[in-house]
Design a protein around this ligand. Structure first.
Ligand SMILES: [Zn+2]
Length: 320
């Protein structure tokens, strides 16, 4: 799915800032070495003098200059070796003063063989996701503030709501920690106020920290945005962004009053991501039976191809 040019241009600006930051780091590293290792500074001066010698010899084309060039070149190599050795002796990597690139593939140019490099596309996807997330009034949550003690530890049947919630919690932490961007995803189902949104936003936060692009949106809002764009009532490329981000979090599936067109759109989004092995987290207050009644058979089967987490218990929002 293509990303709009506007984000690619913004991404080039970001890449430019990265390039400047890398040049600055190179400069500071050099200044640090010159100050710490005086011998290094002297060798550097000597090297530039011998380089000038080589250039002068080549230009003179005098007799026997090949021999002289060979001798000076050998001297250069031995100076360079000694400079590397000095760095290592002082506890630095021998490449400490080499050029720094944030992306070795394109050397921070953003283009390889006339095509956009993956690093540039990644920045563009993140910028697009950030823009879409601005519409969401929710702040990212964290696993650290998820309070398992809010769930009853009184067993109903074989386990208590707290045991079950602990399992859900661990599945979400694992999902976030091992996220590679090619897993299917999670379907969280259960009543309101049981922590589905908190856990999915905690996953989102951790994955964003790993530099993946994440889009979070509620299903009613998402459908409204796409419909408005497709009918020319507003600008945007929501469909493209949610189809290409690394993780899509769809909150509140079932809160919308779906038309047939909405159901088709949802199928297109969900099936499209599954076909391209792009993960999702989908939250719904509806039970499996109600989901089955509301949506098409094929959408229902796609939803339940995700790993299903059941949220049980009482509404925790009442306890705050
Ligand atoms: Zn690159």
């Amino acid at each position: 799915m293509s990303i709009s040019k506007e984000y690619l241009i913004q991404a080039q600006d970001e890449l430019e800032k990265l390039r400047s930051a890398n040049r600055r780091t190179e400069y500071l590293r050099h200044a640090e070495i010159i100050e710490k290792i005086p011998e290094y500074a002297k060798l550097e001066e000597k090297l530039s003098a011998t380089m000038a010698n080589v250039v002068a010899l080549v230009a003179s084309k005098s007799s026997g200059c090949e021999e002289k060039i060979k001798a000076v070149s050998e001297e250069n190599i031995s100076i360079q070796n000694r400079m590397e050795q000095l760095l290592v002796e002082n506890g630095y990597d021998k490449n400490y003063l080499g050029e720094i690139y944030s992306c070795e593939k394109c050397r921070d140019k953003g283009i390889i063989d006339g095509n956009w490099c993956g690093c540039l596309k990644k920045i563009a996807h993140r910028l697009a996701a950030d823009d879409l997330n601005k519409r969401s009034p929710l702040k990212l949550c964290s696993f650290e503030t998820f309070d398992l003690s809010l769930y009853s530890d009184v067993a109903k049947g074989e386990s208590s709501p707290r045991d079950e919630m602990e399992q859900n919690f661990n599945i979400c932490v694992n999902f976030a920690d091992n996220f590679k961007g090619n897993e299917k995803g999670l379907l969280m189902t259960g009543g309101t106020g049981l922590g589905k949104t908190h856990l999915s936003l905690s996953v989102a936060k951790r994955i964003i920290q790993k530099d993946f692009s994440v889009v979070y949106c509620s299903v009613p809002e998402l459908l409204r945005a796409i419909n408005n764009e497709q009918f020319g009532r507003s600008d945007g490329n929501t469909m493209s962004v949610i189809s290409s981000c690394d993780l899509l979090v769809l909150d509140d599936l079932g809160a919308e009053n779906p038309t047939e067109r909405d159901v088709s759109l949802l199928y297109e989004i969900i099936n499209g991501r599954l076909c391209r092995s792009l993960p999702m987290i989908i939250n719904t207050n509806l039970s499996a039976e109600k989901l089955n009644l509301r949506y098409s058979e094929r959408l229902f089967s796609r939803l339940f191809s995700l790993e299903v987490l059941f949220f049980k218990g009482d509404d925790n929002r009442l306890k705050y």
